[in-house]
Design a protein around this ligand. Structure first.
Ligand code: PAF
Length: 281
């Protein structure tokens, strides 16, 4: 496995693979990799001849008061995980490589970015789309792998790829959870012991909502009220949102019908965590 910070190195390597007729899978990450990322790399390695992983904390997807400076980083551990999972190349640029001082071109998937995380993080998806678009142009993969934990991000990327005619297959992969249900996230490392316990309220609410829908309760109001009640019972939890939307358009729906996404974002102390489930009704 190789690692480089240079765009040109990635291009040369991918061209070499392509000239031999090899397929390329791509896993974009912000590093501090865990089993969730590992599952994406393993899947990419199973479905492609070569796998590129990007490891880049993208400054333009963080708001001014967000955790860019404190976002966890550990490139040595990332290298070990990537190699064991079957990656061939890590792209680990510095911000200056990705953004010229006068960088001024952005990609925005408008409507699909408006609800859920887009409300409290208004510039977040513009930053995600812009960096993913740049990374796609650098790597030129056949397939790119994203976790369903960031369900809105997945919908936003699919929309960008569709709208801009990018010839890349977007592969959504299931949420990977801790044994007690907490969705794996690099941000879980911010939680102290008491908060880690309190954070279980997200997965509990998500599982409860899923069970209600499976039992035929389809009114958003009923499902969401019960889920909110459950989260509000946890003293350390503060709800950002608990919503039911169409999983493709991210538009609010009043009744569970079609491809349904129930998504939650909850502050546990100073850490904002997300979780969700998708169900075809
Ligand atoms: O999901 C992430 O880690 C990031 O949003 C992504 C897709 C790597 C873009 O920076």
């Amino acid at each position: 496995m190789e690692i480089t910070g240079l765009i040109e190195d990635v291009r040369v390597k991918v061209k070499e693979w392509r000239s031999k007729g090899l397929s390329v899978g791509f896993v974009p990450t912000m590093g501090f990799l865990h089993e969730g990322h590992e599952s994406l790399i393993v899947k990419a390695a199973a479905e492609n001849d070569k796998v590129v992983v990007s490891d880049f904390v993208n400054p333009i997807q963080f708001g001014v008061n967000e955790d860019l400076a404190s976002y966890p980083r550990d490139i040595e551990a990332d290298k070990r995980l990537c190699e064991a999972a079957g990656a061939d190349l890590i792209f680990h640029p510095i911000p200056e490589t990705m953004y010229a001082p006068d960088f001024s071109t952005f990609v925005e998937a408008q409507h699909v970015s408006a609800e859920l995380c887009g409300k409290s993080r208004p510039t977040h998806f513009r930053g995600v789309c812009t960096v993913v678009c740049k990374l796609f142009h650098i790597v030129m993969p056949d397939r790119a792998y994203f976790g369903q934990k960031d369900a809105q991000q997945l919908a936003v990327i699919r929309r960008m790829v569709r709208d801009l005619d990018m010839d890349i297959e977007i592969v959504g992969c299931p949420i990977i959870r801790e044994a007690d249900g907490l969705a794996k996230s690099s941000r879980n490392t911010y939680l102290n012991e008491e908060e880690r316990q309190a954070a279980l309220v997200l997965s509990k609410a998500v599982f409860y909502g899923e069970e209600m829908i499976k039992n035929g309760i389809v009114e958003a109001d009923t499902v969401l009220t019960e889920m909110r009640r459950m989260i509000e019972a946890e003293p350390l939890a503060k709800i950002d949102y608990v919503e039911m939307v169409n999983a493709d358009s991210i538009e609010k729906i009043e009744k569970a019908e079609g491809n349904v996404l129930i998504a939650v974002a909850v502050w546990i102390g100073t850490t904002r965590l997300i979780d969700n489930f998708i169900i075809e009704v």
